[in-house]
Design a protein around this ligand. Structure first.
Ligand SMILES: [Zn+2]
Length: 396
């Protein structure tokens, strides 16, 4: 059975221990699972990830809870039977801030809104808790304020061991039998927990509540504590400052400014589209005027464009609306074709294109005066355009 030094001292990051067992790691032949008589390394459990660090100068890549024993997975083979352990202090303290912050936040959510926490996840970037019931953004702000207030009060956080048969007064009942480890925040919370915690709420640092999502019938709250809050606030400030600089505006005025810009952009885009359609229509009419009719009195135009857009259709329709006319547009990216014809031209665009597309392996269709289709390859486009030109009497 491994003695868990972190149970009584979360701040212990260096220790000496005896190796009691070593076994190869199934996942990788270069790795070893090492068991000690005592350890300060926290194994992944209760939502909190394992500690990293070194054991006998070798990197600890994972720490697993196997019930009575704790397995240290090492990136190499350990020499000797006595080892010095050293835990990554920064990572450990970060986990302490997040985990104690979680207890505090969960207790506050019960106190204010009677909303119990059902799960906790301590991630590499952010932490989340899932709670039952519903919460809104205003309640989230209220909880954030209350939680930080308790941080400022610097209430003691204590660890004690009590028998499960006693009246433990826990926030959430425990299924553990026998001796139970209880982490308490003075006059606020008592939780059965094996995690590493700070000694007073002041050490949790600022608590930031961020996203509120609905996840499988529960509410998920994303939060950050301590150094993570500071880092996040710094990143937020830098990002907002960049936006504010672009708009040459004070930071607090950027949301309204961005909203106004977005509306302006939408309006401008609508106007641009209207104008380019009008331009295409004018160009279609002008083209009709410039085109010399064939012996059959029909004016024919073949356009090669990069891609078929709304403007191509507008130009084609306006060209064929002016009098007896046929308009053919070919685009290479992607290979596609557009046919437009005036009603008196004797051409049914939809039928003609559909028939020719079928033999070219393409797809598309339309009505008698306008049709459009796409082709699988550029080679097929050349073939189709020849067939169309023949069918519609375009001069070679
Ligand atoms: Zn806990």
């Amino acid at each position: 059975m491994t003695e868990r030094l972190y149970y009584n001292d979360s701040y212990l990051t260096e220790f000496r221990a005896r190796v009691v067992d070593v076994s190869p790691d199934d996942a990788s032949p270069d790795r070893q699972r090492v068991y000690l008589d005592r350890t300060a390394f926290y194994p992944t459990s209760g939502g909190q990830p394992f500690d990293t660090g070194e054991l006998g100068g070798l990197k600890v890549v994972e720490v697993a809870d196997e019930g009575d024993r704790i397995a240290h997975v090492l990136a190499g083979a350990l020499p000797g039977t006595e080892v010095d352990g050293r835990i990554d202090r920064e990572r450990r303290f970060d986990h302490m801030q997040q985990h104690s912050g979680q207890h505090l936040l969960s207790a506050v959510l019960i106190e204010l809104f009677d909303v119990p926490t059902v799960s906790f996840h301590l991630g590499a970037e952010t932490c989340t808790i899932d709670v039952t019931g519903t919460l809104d953004a205003e309640q989230l702000r209220e909880a954030e304020q209350r939680a930080n207030h308790i941080v400022f009060e610097n209430r003691p956080v204590a660890v004690s061991f009590q028998d499960s048969a006693d009246d433990l007064g826990l926030r959430k009942p425990t299924e553990r039998e026998g001796l139970v480890r209880i982490v308490s925040i003075q006059n606020l919370d008592r939780s059965a927990c094996g995690g590493t915690h700070v000694r007073a709420t002041g050490e949790i640092g600022p608590i930031l509540l961020r996203k509120l999502d609905r996840v499988r019938g529960n509410m998920r709250i994303e939060f950050l504590c301590g150094s993570r809050s500071i880092a996040r606030a710094r990143a937020d400030f830098d990002a907002l400052s960049k936006i504010a600089r672009i708009f040459s505006s004070p930071l607090d005025e950027t949301p309204a400014l961005v909203e106004a810009q977005r509306e302006k952009l939408q309006e401008t885009d609508r106007m641009r589209r209207r104008l380019s359609t009008e331009l295409a229509q004018a160009s279609g009419r002008a083209l009709y005027g410039e085109t010399i009719p064939g012996p059959d009195g029909i004016r024919r135009v073949l356009r090669r464009v990069e891609a078929l857009a709304e403007e191509s259709r507008a130009e084609a329709q306006s060209f064929t609306a002016a009098g007896p006319a046929i308009f053919l547009a070919l685009a290479e990216n992607p290979p596609s074709v557009l046919v437009a014809a005036s009603k008196d031209s004797g051409v049914n665009c939809g039928e003609t294109l559909k028939r020719l597309l079928g033999s070219a392996g393409g797809r598309g269709g339309g009505n008698a005066t306008l049709a459009q289709g796409s082709l699988p390859a550029k080679a097929a486009l050349a073939e189709l355009s020849e067939a169309l030109a023949r069918e519609l009497n375009f001069r070679p």
